[in-house]
Design a binder for this molecule. Structure first.
Ligand code: UD1
Ligand code: CA
Length: 469
């Protein structure tokens, strides 16, 4: 039986003290809501309704940009009158013909895994409950809603910390904010919510007491991995979750055969694919859907060295990258490539054995194999309106400080003299240069200095002026 999903993401996230909507704050290099949408997407809900409000357009854009096949709909909650009100908005976008269970979660819980959600759904179905939610026991239940149970141990209600009595506050079982609710019951329970609490809000959590008072079966599914359920309310919690998620990713990578020289400083996205026997050096960031092929070792023979940032790119075998290189989206290294310090690549394909060792920008470029890109070579790819392609052939020597004014094509086996500005197609096998002839003016320096005074005096005077500024 299919499920529908509602994700509540309309709140501002006051405790973040940010002008940016909370769910857009990043974890593991992507907005926190992206992770949640991937996890819930694994359950193939139909539909998945995301309730937006604060910075609705930005949240919608971020969610729409995600690479997932899950059917997503948006519903605006304006003003935001609490989680119960938000759920009501979300439900309005689920067709009345839908009669299955509705999964409701909050957009600020990026840690939850699909496996846990599946186990929860399974338990809910087996129990036959009208309403189930996930709870956990915490040594420090902090500001979470407390799960209130009766003498028999059955769930009676969820009480928000700010509305709880001292005895209720002492309860260590808390509401994680993941619910599965029969759609018919949800419709009627949400319609009857009252904002009778310290915040004057409609609380989604009140549907638990409502179910109990109607004699419906309610289950709290006690999970045992608190890390998955932390709700992110502050920058501190964001940073803690970042560490946790990173640790999980890194453990998985190491278990799969990837060496992390210093896991504490390996920043690798969950979507990155890294082949066994890769060695990742310290202070490496690998963001987005990077794919790092077999045999790329990043510390010994082939490296991703200190301070390399690689984003949505493919790195073939035996590559040697960094330190301080920036491989931007669309970079494809076909293998045996050397990318040296302060080299930036974007939408650039470098053939087998091609090197760019120092200080270059290679954007919108296709470069053949065994070509040497000298120090300071720049693809001039942008005319202020559009980006243009540079194509360079095989076995070329592109001299230092060459500019390639795109769109432009350089053939195979070309030698480009240093300092050349290439503005039109270069045929195979030639030496190309655009030098101004070198000239000397004999005696020029001493004339110049006579006019301007002794060099040392001038330097000292200038330094004095700099200091006094
Ligand atoms: C909520 C629960 C609490 C639970 C905790 C788990 C309620 C009343 N309380 O508290 O029991 O222990 O989560 O993390 O539900 N939102 C909207 N519209 C609104 C208000 C909120 O979409 O009008 C969204 C927010 O963007 C956020 C989520 O709902 O993503 C939760 O809201 P938040 O204010 O963080 O709830 P908590 O106080 O953490
Ligand atoms: Ca929260």
């Amino acid at each position: 039986m299919s499920i529908a999903a509602i994700i509540l993401a309309a709140g501002k996230g006051t405790r973040m003290r940010s002008s940016r909507a909370k769910v857009l704050h990043e974890i593991g290099g992507e907005p926190m809501i992206a992770r949640l949408i991937r996890s819930i997407g694994a359950l193939a809900p139909n539909p998945m309704v995301i309730v937006v409000g604060h910075q609705a357009a930005e949240v919608e854009a971020a969610v729409t940009a995600l690479d997932t096949s899950t059917m997503r709909r948006f519903e605006l909650q304006e003003p935001q009158r609490g989680t119960g009100d938000g759920a009501r908005c979300g439900l309005a976008n689920i067709p009345a013909t839908f009669t299955g269970d509705v999964l409701i979660t909050y957009g600020d819980m990026p840690g939850i895994s699909p496996a846990t959600l599946l186990a929860f759904i399974d338990s809910h179905r087996k129990s036959g409950a009208k309403l189930s939610f996930i709870s956990i026991k915490l040594a420090d239940p902090a500001a979470y809603g407390r799960v209130i149970r009766g003498n028999s141990g059955s769930v009676l209600a969820i009480k928000e910390a700010r509305d709880a009595s001292p005895a209720e506050l002492a309860v260590d079982e808390i509401n994680t904010g993941v619910y599965l609710v029969d759609s018919a019951f949800l419709r009627s329970a949400l319609a009857e919510l009252k904002p009778n609490n310290s915040q004057g809000e409609y609380y989604l959590t009140d549907i638990v007491a409502a179910a109990v008072s109607r004699g419906e079966k309610v289950e709290a599914w006690v999970a045992n991995n608190p890390a998955e359920f932390a709700g992110i309310n502050s920058r501190e919690e964001l940073a803690e979750m970042e560490v946790q998620i990173r640790e999980t990713i890194n453990r998985k990578l190491m278990a799969s055969g990837v060496t992390l020289i210093d896991p504490a400083t390996a920043y690798i996205s969950e979507q990155a694919e890294i082949a066994p026997d890769c060695v990742i050096g310290p202070n490496v960031q690998i963001l987005g859907k990077c794919k790092i092929g077999t045999g790329v070792t990043m510390e010994a023979r082939s490296h991703l060295k200190l301070g390399v940032r690689a984003e949505d790119c493919t790195i073939g075998e035996d590559c040697d990258i960094g330190p301080f290189a920036h491989l931007r989206a669309g970079t494809e290294l076909m293998g045996h490539n050397r990318i040296g310090n302060f080299v930036e690549t974007k939408k650039a394909r470098l053939g087998h054995g091609t090197k760019a060792s120092h200080l270059s920008y290679l954007g919108d470029a296709t470069i053949g194999s065994d070509t040497n890109v000298g120090c300071g070579v720049i693809t001039v790819n942008y005319d202020g309106y559009e980006k243009h392609q540079t194509v360079i052939g095989d076995r070329c020597m592109v001299g230092c400080d060459t500019q390639l004014v795109a769109p432009v094509k350089v053939g195979d086996d070309v030698y480009v003299a240093s300092g050349t500005t290439i503005v039109r197609e270069v045929p195979d096998g030639v030496l190309v240069m655009s030098h101004h002839p070198q000239r000397e003016k004999t005696g020029w320096v001493s004339l110049w200095r006579k006019r301007h005074g002794d060099t040392r005096e001038v330097i000292e005077k200038n330094q004095g002026e700099v200091k006094s500024k």
